[in-house]
Write a protein that binds this ligand. Sequence first.
Ligand code: F3S
Length: 399
Amino acid sequence: MELNELQQAMLAGAHGPAVKKAMEILTALGKIYAARRLVAVASVQIAGVSYDNLGEAGLNWLTEMAAGGGKARVLTTLNPAGMDIENWQALGIPADFAAQQQRVIEAFGQMGVVTTCTCTPYLVGNLPRFGEHIAWAESSAVCYANAVLGARSNREGGPSALAAALTGFTPEYGLHLAEKRAPGIGVAVHVTLNGSDQFGALGKWVGERIEQLPQKPVPYFSGIAGASLEELKSFCASLATYGGVGLFHMQGITPEAGLYAPPPAAWQFGPAELAEAQVAMNDAADDEIDFVSLGCPHLSLLELMHVADLLRGKTVKKIFWITMARPTKQMADRLGLTQVIEASGALIAADTCCVVAPIRGRFHALATDSAKACYYAYAKNRMKTRVLPFDDVVAEALR
Ligand code: F3S
């Protein structure tokens, strides 16, 4: 792989041990994927932030990189942590977990990483523009950045994202290359989709089918009349979770769709397929639901305003986590929404989510609007699930 003078110096250790280690990771990755060179990245988003996923080995590695003089060279933010950094007690997070999580955040902070913990960095200031190379790790955000924003990112692992942050480079392969962004399979949608839950169901149905194909083609969707930011973020989370998809095109909606002739529609998605996907996420009976959550991916301010409207003057009957980025919560504070939500008994959980927090064994069944949350509620926490339209999730918390 070609390395310029700066990259060679980094690899030789001239910029300190952490940068040397980072460059070793990137060059090894580049060799595996036959990258010709490294490209400069405009921003980084690091996953593997929750101590629940990192464990002691991960924390030690971060501490070592921080001690080795590692400093982020580009705007770098974090994925959700295992707790609300300021209000973890209210979520029932054990104190020993909180102490370790705090050390993780401190290690990132020491490396100049912006310790905003969110899977929707594009809502709170880490917003790449069309065509920019980035190195992001959270699968839903990678899909959103590629497909909706037209930026270019592979799905990085925790170490390779940190390595990109400390050097400002990533190997040029996969979705950084124009030829890898062309659609390979068509999906015709014959049903009007409304809401985050229905877009999530489409993502699940298509993702599961792509997962079966060895080439993992980029899907091209036709027949969708419109999609809001919130619907697209739910769709991206679902498609990435069930199919490992990092990029799709949606005719008339996403920026690169017009560059390509739509491929023949191999798959048809109508009312029957929508119902099939929804039924598969609904194994919890009405009286089994004991945990309700919105904010997977993290809520937009618009969604938060809507939740506050639905909760105003009411009292929730179930444990209800509403998850978002810290800056979104700060806007909610100023708008008086936090007070309204907290007065209802619902819990505002900034910095974290119902998947990365250590909640295994605490709850039996989850109600949510998110297909991705359903997947992990079962896979990680062995919970039953019920996927509902956004407003019905709030109603479930009040029931
Ligand atoms: Fe974000 Fe957690 Fe869902 S990281 S996409 S809220 S699983």
